[in-house]
Design a protein around this ligand. Structure first.
Ligand SMILES: NC(=O)c1ccc[n+]([C@@H]2O[C@H](COP(=O)([O-])OP(=O)(O)OC[C@H]3O[C@@H](n4cnc5c(N)ncnc54)[C@H](O)[C@@H]3O)[C@@H](O)[C@H]2O)c1
Length: 403
């Protein structure tokens, strides 16, 4: 395959940024662009014109972009409610599909996605960029090399002050309405994606049950009052805490917190029988190795335990996107399309992550009742086919593929 031919659906702030990155890639040909908002489509058309010196097929209707026979893959970079239906249409049209991150809306939708993968043979990947962040990948390498001993507990969160972004309703962003009407772990994937790689979820392990609890909701309206805006009946709790139990006996604690004032944090934590990692301190501590009761900067371990993907490809050379992880996750998807292989995060990973949102909502609505998390692999997790060998693999750290 000379060029990877891509249709891009959803050209909001994230999609427009991605389009600019894709247009820079020499082995990518953007063959179609789509947004249902004309002004966004026009801005994207202009960018394509400037870069390619010709017109790229542009449409307000995603179906027209998907069905064309001059694309190999469809990127859905739009709104949460449309990610999966658009991806399924793409797979049914014989295309690789990927979507930006987001919560699931129903368990049925998660199953529909899995069935589309099975029936069409076309892979789907959720573009969970944090799985490719340098620190999370170094932790993956350390886990695989046994540095933490047996992993017991992982924590993570999305602590991002989005009060202005969500409460302004500027540009009629769909995400605002989810926060207005739902009460759930609405954005679990940035922390849960990496945790699933550390715990080998869907490959020898799986998430069994969860409980979720939401605090009261005050943050958005505190901001609205300060800005002189109308107060609204937000249902999303300011802090939503979800606890997951895994088949391997590990526990996971997730925190969603976007409506209170604080610096950004993904609250990363991994505890094992031999050591601990704490993201907010960028520190590790290993029993019998670290000076007693003293945290060590994780970077002092990079010489030995930096993930080979980061040693090999200094992703920060290629893009400013979140320190390089954006470039890596997109390249991981594109290389799978090029090589016609399974994607490193597959449809079962996406369905499991999205189901956590759906079930957290049900748990909260029933007073933190425990919820069973479906096994989307239908038993395959106990003995999965090996993941494709690739420098982007998240299933194993195989140094030989980097030689
Ligand atoms: N991975 C990250 O670090 C990261 C960062 C920011 C946003 N995101 C994700 O990126 C996605 C987009 O976020 P955003 O802030 O750009 O949202 P946005 O609301 O600004 O833009 C979404 C765009 O998609 C378009 N759209 C949605 N469904 C469509 C359809 N079926 N056909 C045509 N156009 C459609 C909308 O018209 C809109 O222009 C979300 O899933 C968000 O969670 C991820």
């Amino acid at each position: 395959m000379d060029k990877i031919r891509i249709a891009v659906v959803g050209l909001g702030s994230r999609g427009a940024w991605w389009l600019g990155e894709l247009l820079k890639m020499e082995d990518v040909d953007v063959t179609a662009i789509c947004d249902r908002l004309p002004h966004r489509l026009e801005a994207a058309q202009e960018l394509c014109r400037k870069t390619y010196g010709r017109e790229v097929f542009a449409t307000l209707n995603h179906k027209e972009a998907i069905v064309r026979d001059d694309n190999d893959a469809v990127l859905m970079l739009g709104s949460w409610n449309d990610h999966i239906s658009v991806a399924i249409e793409a797979m049914r049209s014989g295309k690789y599909a990927a979507s930006e991150v987001g919560p699931g809306q129903s368990l049925q939708q998660c199953w529909d996605l899995v069935r589309a993968r099975q029936e069409t043979g076309m892979p789907f990947m959720m573009l969970e960029n944090c799985c490719y962040n340098r620190e999370e990948m170094a932790v993956l390498n350390m886990v695989k090399k046994g540095l933490f001993g047996e992993v017991i507990h992982c924590g993570g969160g999305y602590r991002h002050d989005l009060r202005e972004h969500i409460s302004s309703f500027e540009d009629d962003r769909e995400r605002c309405y989810h926060n207005l009407h739902r009460n759930a772990e609405l954005y679990p994937t940035h922390e849960l994606g990496p945790i699933m790689t550390w715990l080998s979820v869907n490959r020898g392990n799986r998430m069994l049950t969860l409980t979720a609890t939401a605090s009261k909701s005050r943050g958005f309206n505190t901001m609205n009052r300060k800005k002189g805006r109308q107060e609204l009946p937000y249902t999303e709790g300011d802090v939503v805490t979800t606890v997951i139990k895994c088949a391997g006996g590990e526990t996971i604690e997730l925190t969603h917190d976007i409506s209170l004032p604080h610096p950004y944090s993904r609250l990363g934590l991994l505890e094992g029988t031999e050591g601990i990692w704490l993201a907010d301190k960028h520190s590790v501590y290993f029993d019998g190795i670290s000076p007693e009761e003293k945290w060590e900067d994780i970077e002092t371990y990079y010489e030995k335990y930096d993930h080979p993907l980061w040693k090999k490809t200094n992703a920060t050379d290629f893009t400013s996107g979140h320190g390089g992880m954006d470039w890596l996750v997109m390249r991981a998807f594109l290389e799978s399309v090029k090589n016609r292989t399974e994607t490193p995060l597959d449809v079962y990973d996406a369905a499991a992550m999205m189901a956590v949102s759906v079930l957290s909502e049900e748990s909260i609505s029933m007073g933190s009742m425990p919820m069973a998390i479906p096994d989307f692999t239908e038993g395959r997790w106990v003995r999965r086919e090996p993941a494709p060998k690739s420098i982007y693999s998240l299933a194993e750290v195989d140094e030989s593929v980097y030689e």
